[in-house]
Design a protein around this ligand. Sequence first.
Ligand code: FES
Length: 143
Amino acid sequence: MSVGEASGGGRTPHPVCAAAELPPGRRRIVTIEGKSIGVFNVGGRYFALRNRCPHRGAPLCEGQVVDLVTAPAPYAWENERFGEIIRCPWHSWEFDLTTGRSVCHPDSIRTKSYPAGVAAPTEHDRAEAYEAAERGGVVVVWV
Ligand code: FES
């Protein structure tokens, strides 16, 4: 969610750090209400994920931040969505930093979309995500 759109959705805002301490491409892992949460600056937008992989519980937010790699043709690949994917440090499952959704199961996620209100994604398809934004020079996460 972009800086101007974050509202918290009824959750409680928690200041994380000064915006200057979290420049683009950096992350900060904090504990809020007993939960370890990774806060990421992706090109000036802030995102927050629970620091626990839904596969086997690894510290997901300590993983490598990578691009989305696609294969538009055999023996060809392209990098897209630069720095928007996090790779779990234990078994390399990849998650979309902007939504918490699994990169490997986008079709199953799409059929269970939130706007349609059909069903929530399964635990294995999604990492827990929170809203994050900059407010008055301070990075804030709503938990
Ligand atoms: S614990 Fe994250 S991929 Fe297995």
